[in-house]
Design a binder for this molecule. Structure first.
Ligand code: NAP
Length: 300
């Protein structure tokens, strides 16, 4: 990648930010587009961007964003711990990001900062490729953290008739339910369920999502469901783990053994990034290149 005097900046903010795969994925996409252009247009050789990691401590967020405005940064991704705290610093936040309560993608137009959340788009991408009557498919989401919020918004968009969020802390579950009160299209479908009760709901679920870290390093032998519980899920249901490494996780191994279609978190990661890149560059993202770059890097 050639960095010139004209090169424009994109990036990711977080603290820490070293763990982020976004620089890898986006720079591979930019390099590819620079050489090949989007598939449906003539080759374009002047895509003059670079994507950088910006570690910004929480207390420096406001000054960091002011600095981005000063240097004309075109857009950036947002990761922990800034996904919520960036909202008041933006001029405009999309409806979906407001509902989720978190922004992961920011772009500049004129002198205004706009924010949205592409995690729900990323989560939905592999589900949209599946032929299924989602209006007959209640969704069970195991975990009630940040990722679960995007999954809830996505399940509402998908048309799931009920959305069950399972958690181990009654207080956190009550807060989670409260946080959707201003979004009636979601709160009317949402129920929170205690960890102990989850097995009772499994036979009716059409989609079961692991939105906990159970199954990730160093707990790769853990799963949010037992093998016996996995067999209680009906045969048409889909098991979806947001974790992308290891692949398959224990949860997905159990699902495959029980004959359920299984989806891992890699596609969500790729597609949320592709959706952000499309906002910044206003052209289709090379999804296959982004996916393969991550696969090669993760060795999966
Ligand atoms: P988070 O905000 O920390 O939330 C984690 C949730 O899991 C919390 O509700 C937590 O419950 C629950 N949990 C943790 N340990 C548990 C256990 N032993 N038993 C039952 N519940 C447990 O994390 P997050 O950002 O939502 O991420 C969740 C998972 O999604 C992670 O594995 C992350 O890597 C993955 N993820 C993937 C993508 C992607 O693009 N594929 C994107 C985002 C996240 P408590 O609140 O009670 O602790």
């Amino acid at each position: 990648m050639l960095i010139k005097g004209t090169t424009q900046l994109l990036g990711v903010i977080g603290y820490p930010v070293e763990h982020s795969f976004s620089p890898l994925m986006h720079n591979a996409a930019i390099a590819y587009l620079n050489q090949n252009g989007p598939a449906e247009s003539p080759p374009r050789l002047s895509l003059d961007y670079v994507y950088l990691p910006f570690p910004i401590p929480p207390e420096s967020l406001e000054i960091g964003i002011a600095g981005f405005a000063a240097i004309g940064l075109r857009g950036f991704n947002v990761t922990i711990p800034h996904k919520q705290t960036i909202i008041p610093l933006l001029d405009d936040v999309s409806e979906v990001a407001r509902a989720i309560g978190a922004v992961n993608t920011v772009w500049c137009s004129g002198s205004q900062w706009h924010g949205t959340n592409t995690d729900a788009i990323g989560f939905l991408a592999p589900l949209k490729a599946i032929e299924k009557d989602w209006t007959q498919s209640p969704a069970m989401i195991l975990g009630s953290g940040g990722a679960a919020r995007a999954v809830v918004a996505a399940c509402e968009q998908l048309g799931c008739p009920e959305i069950w969020v399972v958690g181990r802390s009654p207080d956190k579950l009550a807060q989670f339910a409260d946080s959707w009160r201003a979004t009636p299209e979601i709160s009317s479908k949402l129920s929170v369920i205690s960890w102990a009760q989850r097995a009772d709901y499994l036979p009716r679920a059409g989609l079961v999502v692991n939105a906990t870290p159970l199954g990730m390093h160093p707990h790769i032998d853990a799963s949010p469901l037992s093998e016996a519980e996995m067999y209680q899920i009906s045969s048409g249901a889909i098991a979806y783990d947001l974790i992308y490494t290891p692949s398959p996780t224990r949860f997905l191994q159990q699902a495959i053994a029980a004959g359920l279609p299984a989806i891992d978190g890699l596609e969500m990661l790729v597609q949320q990034g592709a959706a952000a890149l499309e906002i910044w560059l206003n052209q289709p993202a090379p999804v296959a290149v982004m996916r393969q770059t991550l696969r090669d890097y993760l060795g999966i």
